[in-house]
Design a protein around this ligand. Structure first.
Ligand code: XMP
Length: 508
């Protein structure tokens, strides 16, 4: 698979993911990363174009998003959108008006200089959609104004072809900007010379060819959780390996209610043979009395890797295939120099057999599109992610022993059923139900009890790099707390609506 050509730096705009989606619609893949992550990624990769997204901050705010400053000197075409353009202007000697003198919210008519490559072939006057308080009052030396709004005379775009930098004050990624897609296409094709590379079918072919070259007629096992990544990867690779591929699902004892049945169904849909390895006792022994999040993950990872190796040996496999995504590699510090946020259980296992990570350049929403293009059932393509260490990282403050796992499994099942009943499950990107073992006082029957709490958290996100905490309606929250506190060991239910950042999706 070709390396990703476009880096989109997320400066905190609600439209950043719309940029990624619009680029895919235009036929291009892109990596959408926060400024901190972008730095490590840029050092490890060589994109052909960088887009700095919009954002709600002002360049004058103390903690405003700051992409690496050297981005302005890397000799790669850059397009700054809204805050992105203001940031470029601010850093290169232009003047950004901080006092909201020229607010624009919504539609404006802009007049474009169609001689500039960015606006080549578009109508000279059309509607753009803008939403900003600050704006560029004076462009930096070496830049030209290439668009203005007709009414307000706001500087709508600037460029410096010799510096390879362009900036637009409006949002070309939203459909309300009439010529937005053409503008983005001009930037990518005419300016950055990117080639179209997003076609789900092509990606499937590329992965099949690449794997077939490396693994040929060898044998492989794939770590199979039944999630969208490992199921889709199995479906992609099944025709490459045929009988030489075995999906191995490790039943760690941390799975959810009915999950094994779903896993079996998903393996059948992907067309792979499945082996379920019952290993609950081994995980219990290995994780023991550990309560610390990272240490639990490390112990989990060790035993997980060992079992995979044993299974690879039994199957005489030369390769172990994993469905790790770009996000897993970034978050576990394996891409560039990004800080370690969490050590993912399936990254860097250092196994004896060769590891293959064919999805290493893909993001979750891309895998979902591959799944759709392979006509896998929607229960797979739209399936919520579930972490490899499962319920083990949803027990807080006490060792994740069997009795605690059982309570967490029960609570998760009940909350899931309630959300499904109210049609609220589908709108959530991931549901997290955790057991907080810090005891508090409650009343059950006639007596006081000292027992646990359950934390319910829903997040909405496309790529899990950032996420919005979901606020469930009051009637659903009420039903959840009533049902869940029927368990003799649960006295309270908390709802966690914190965004990521500062929180992460999982609590451990
Ligand atoms: P966080 O909590 O980092 O999670 O915001 C982002 C996504 O990754 C999942 N996650 C994991 N998945 N092994 C996994 O396979 C792990 O150790 C792990 N930790 C977090 C999490 O459920 C969410 O979807």
């Amino acid at each position: 698979m070709k390396p990703i050509q476009i880096l989109v730096v997320d400066m905190g705009s609600q439209y950043t993911l719309v940029i990624g989606r619009t680029l895919r619609e235009l036929g291009f893949r892109s990596a959408v990363l926060s400024p901190g992550k972008a730095e490590g990624w840029l050092k490890a990769n060589k994109p052909q174009a960088v887009i700095l997204s919009g954002g709600s901050a002002s360049v004058y705010e103390e903690n405003s998003p700051q992409p690496p400053k050297y981005i302005l000197k890397i000799d790669i075409p850059i397009l700054g959108i809204c805050y992105g353009m203001q940031w470029i202007s601010h850093k290169t000697g232009g003047l950004v008006a901080p006092h909201h003198e020229r607010k624009e919210y919504g539609e404006a008519v802009a007049k474009f200089d169609t001689k500039d490559l960015l606006f080549r072939g578009i109508k000279s006057k059309s509607i753009v959609w803008a939403s900003h308080g600050d704006s560029v009052e004076k462009v930096p030396v070496g830049f030209r104004i290439i668009a203005r709004s007709v009414d307000e005379k706001v500087i709508e775009a600037m460029s410096s072809p010799s510096k390879k930098i362009w900036g637009v004050q409006f949002h070309p990624e939203v459909t309300h900007t009439k010529e937005g897609k053409k503008i983005l296409l001009n930037f990518l094709e005419k300016i950055a010379k990117c080639e179209k590379d997003w076609q789900p079918a092509d990606i499937v072919d590329d992965i099949r060819n690449e794997t077939s070259k490396v693994a040929g007629d060898k044998k492989a096992i794939i770590g199979f959780s039944g999630g969208v990544d490992s199921t889709t990867l199995s479906a992609v690779l099944a025709p490459v390996f045929r009988k030489n591929l075995l999906a191995v699902c490790i039943d760690t004892g941390g799975l959810r209610r009915n999950e094994l049945e779903e896993i079996k169904f998903n393996a059948r849909a992907a067309g792979v043979n499945l082996k379920i390895v019952k290993a609950s006792a081994r995980f219990q022994k290995s994780i023991g009395r550990e309560t610390h999040s990272e240490k639990k993950r490390k112990r989990f990872k060790k035993i997980y890797g060992r079992i995979l190796e044993e299974e690879a040996k039994k199957f005489q496999a030369d390769f172990i295939v994993q469905g790790s995504l770009a996000t897993d590699l970034i978050e576990s510090g394996s891409a560039g120099k990004a800080d370690l946020i969490k050590s993912h259980h399936n990254v860097g296992l250092n196994l004896k057999e060769k590891e293959l990570h064919p999805f290493r350049n893909l993001f979750k929403y891309e895998v979902r599109e591959l799944a759709r293009s392979l006509k896998l059932p929607s229960s797979i393509s739209e399936r919520q992610p579930f972490p490899g260490p499962g319920l083990f990282i949803r027990i807080i403050g006490e060792p994740p022993r069997k009795d605690k796992l059982n309570i967490a499994r029960w609570a998760d099942g009940e909350v899931t059923d309630i959300l499904k009943k109210h049609g609220a499950y589908k709108g959530v990107s991931q549901l997290i139900v955790a057991l907080d073992c810090q005891r508090t006082v409650g009343i059950k029957g006639d007596g006081r009890v000292y027992a646990y709490s359950v934390i319910v958290r829903g997040v909405k996100t496309l790529d899990f790099m950032t996420a919005e905490g979901v606020q469930f309606p009051a009637n659903i929250r009420r039903e959840i707390s009533t049902v869940v506190t029927r368990h003799p060991k649960i006295v309270r239910v908390f709802f966690d609506e914190t965004n990521k950042p500062p929180a992460t999706t999982e609590m451990e």
